[in-house]
Write a protein that binds this ligand. Structure first.
Ligand SMILES: Cc1ncc(COP(=O)(O)O)c(C=O)c1O
Length: 406
């Protein structure tokens, strides 16, 4: 077959290579069933179910009335927001920075994308601990990089070791992508392991992209220290991603940031200046209010999430065939469903976690995301950022359906 000419290729190779998000596929199916009047309970969404706190919304309303906010502002972010991010980073992580280290982005997602686009050349390898957030490999590939998954299972609490990382390192490795607390597993690396990994990365001459978006959502005494604080030598080759979405229930406002070395931040700002310019000023004003306020709103949410975490873990553990480690962070559980595959459930057999998720959606009207979306088939991700009653009803349905597995 002859190679199509450029004009015959309707979609560029780069974009055609992006796979459909399994998270969105499940979500679309759940929404379609809901629209058809089915009482679907969704454990798929990765967002807090709380409204954004009032004082943050008020700041946005005020900003919307200010004509200065109706104009373009600096592409890299409002100076007051950059200052607030610097102060917040010192308060929460004990990491010193200046506004020149900060780029304000359209959510953490754009921060991840721009950081990778700025760091990677074609063929550069990125060590990607798996299970991984579904966006990471696509963002790596879009930037020309090559994701190299390093898989950790439930036996290790979904934590990769330095030995595993070293075994996956090659002369082409440039970046380690680190995320703690983790989406999708909720795993939180203990400080000693963060330090060990950071020190290894430094000594191996690697860069680290560390995603701290769930930093405030930890439970049972766990904490999520920032890698460049534990390994200060790494600061010059470390880019931190963060945002307001998860901490302040602000997923729809789209404010995140990159905090990193000035040359990297300057280059990423150039990219953003041609792509999207400044983040919406009203959203930036809301983020200033969030970051300069206290952390009482997140403390209240954390309490609710912790309660739901304990409920969902204990209810899932009652189901034979499910193995559910207790997560210490974020708002996800990531149980293994390997013990249910190949068995008969409601007269059907699911051979993969994708098929099991479909079966669960159709038979129990409960939406979960299959592990295939996160690089590890044989698991499902369930977000417990939904109301307590729905949570109990949804997991109760799973108990009734799955305990019939034969
Ligand atoms: C690990 C991780 N990083 C970054 C993000 C991006 O969040 P946002 O773009 O909403 O700020 C998410 C959202 O799901 C996430 O789970």
């Amino acid at each position: 077959m002859t190679e199509p000419s450029p004009a015959q290729r309707r979609i560029s190779r780069r974009i055609a290579g992006i796979s459909e998000s399994a998270t969105l596929a499940v979500d679309a199916k759940a929404k379609a069933l809901k629209a058809a009047g089915k009482p679907v309970i969704g454990f798929g969404a990765g967002e807090p179910d709380f409204p954004t706190p009032d004082y943050i919304v008020e700041a946005a309303v005020e900003a919307a009335r200010n004509p200065a906010m109706h104009r373009y502002t600096p592409a890299g972010g409002l100076p007051a927001l950059k200052e607030a991010i610097v102060a917040k980073t010192a308060r929460d992580s004990d990491l010193a920075a200046t506004p020149a280290n900060v780029l304000v982005t359209n959510g953490g997602k754009q921060a991840v994308y721009e950081a990778l686009a700025t760091m990677l050349d074609p063929g550069d390898e990125v060590l990607l601990p798996a299970p991984f957030w579904t966006t990471y490999p696509e963002a790596i590939r879009l930037a020309g990089g090559v994701p190299v998954p390093v898989v950790a299972d439930e036996q290790s609490g979904y934590l990769v070791s330095v030995g595993q990382l070293e075994a996956a390192r090659t002369p082409r490795t440039k970046v380690l992508l680190f995320c703690s607390p983790s989406n999708p597993t909720g795993a939180v690396y203990p400080a000693e392991q963060v330090e060990e990994i950071g020190r290894w990365a430094f000594e191996a001459g690697l860069w680290v992209l560390t995603d701290e978006i769930y930093e405030h959502l930890t439970y049972g005494g766990a904490t999520a220290p920032s890698m460049p604080v534990l390994v200060p030598e790494l600061v010059d080759r470390c880019v931190v991603v963060n945002g307001v979405a998860k901490t302040y229930a602000m997923t729809g406002w789209r404010v995140g940031w990159i905090l990193g070395p000035t040359d990297v931040v300057k280059a990423a700002t150039n990219l953003q200046s041609h792509a999207t310019s400044n983040v919406a000023n009203v959203s930036q004003a809301a983020a200033i209010a969030a970051l300069t306020g206290d952390l009482s709103a997140v403390a209240a949410m954390r309490e609710a999430f912790d309660r739901r975490r304990q409920t969902i873990v204990s209810m899932l553990r009652e189901i034979p065939g499910i193995a559910c480690p207790e997560p210490q962070g974020a708002f996800y559980v990531y149980p293994s469903v390997k013990g249910l595959l190949g068995r008969t459930i409601a007269g059907r057999v699911a051979e993969t976690s994708t098929e099991l998720a479909e079966l669960i959606l159709e038979e129990a009207e409960v939406a979960v995301v299959p592990g295939e979306a996160f690089g590890t088939p044989g698991y499902v991700r369930m977000s417990y950022a939904l109301g307590d009653d729905d949570l109990v009803e949804g997991v109760g349905r799973l108990q009734r359906l799955l305990s019939t597995a034969d």
